[in-house]
Design a protein around this ligand. Structure first.
Ligand code: CA
Length: 234
């Protein structure tokens, strides 16, 4: 499957860089435009699969970009997620009226944005993102919201589900508590690091039912990693 192309139209350089970094890490092909005019040109040139569009942009505003995309036959079906500041509540509604598929209010967590991108793409072109992925004998179905281990269904709470979903996107990688907090709870929420331990504990317990081996390794003073040894795979 070819890479999904994301065009980010954002004039705030630090945010654009952060978006580029995180979206590339998720496997997207990312390009960035720094103003509305450039953004419109890039859409024509690159025909992205999805556009992440900031509301406040120099030259041509985000809402005008959205309007123009929707008015052209060649671009009217490209999904758009708008980025708005908290104070722009009324504008946000106008943004959706103009044809944006979704919106995110700044500040937002990257994992939330990634989840929204995938949801929008899934809605628009089913089959483009991985609805189901597996790791060893663990299988996660993101659409049906179900987890199975060795073909047996496992019931998880919403937080445990998101934790597992995140860790399954990077099996073997060691995540610090902070990284898991940012990815699952969002960076703008204050949650104690110990909360992560509690939810990891629940996830572990749920995944280890029916005598299955614990698939989450505690890495001393570092965090957690999803790992299956050959033994636990069997
Ligand atoms: Ca801006």
């Amino acid at each position: 499957m070819s890479q999904t192309k994301v065009l980010v139209i954002e004039d705030e350089e630090s945010l654009a860089t952060l978006l580029e970094y995180n979206l590339e890490r998720e496997g997207f092909a990312v390009s960035v435009a720094g103003d509305g005019e450039e953004g419109l040109l890039r859409v024509e040139e690159e025909t992205p699969d999805i556009v992440i569009l900031d509301w406040m942009l120099p030259k041509v505003t985000g809402i005008e970009v959205c309007r123009r995309l929707r008015s052209r036959a060649s671009t009217k079906n490209i999904p758009v997620i708008m980025l708005t500041a908290r104070s722009e509540e009324a504008d946000r509604i106008r943004g959706l009226d103009t044809g944006a598929d979704d919106y995110m209010t700044k500040p937002f967590s990257m994992s939330e944005l990634v989840a929204r991108i995938k949801a929008v793409l899934r809605r628009i072109r089913p089959g483009l993102t991985d609805d189901i992925s597996s790791f060893g004998d663990i299988e996660i179905d993101r659409v049906a919201h179900k987890v199975r281990r060795a073909k047996k269904e496992i019931h998880l709470g919403p937080t445990e589900f998101r934790l597992l979903d995140h860790m399954m996107q990077h099996p073997g990688r060691v995540f610090s508590r902070e990284q898991l907090l940012n990815a699952v709870w969002g960076s703008d929420v204050y949650v104690e690091a110990r909360t992560v331990d509690v939810h990891i504990g629940r996830l572990r317990k749920a995944l280890s039912r029916h005598g299955a081996k614990n698939p989450i390794r505690t890495v001393r003073s570092a965090g957690y990693a999803l790992e299956l040894t050959d033994e636990s795979r069997a």
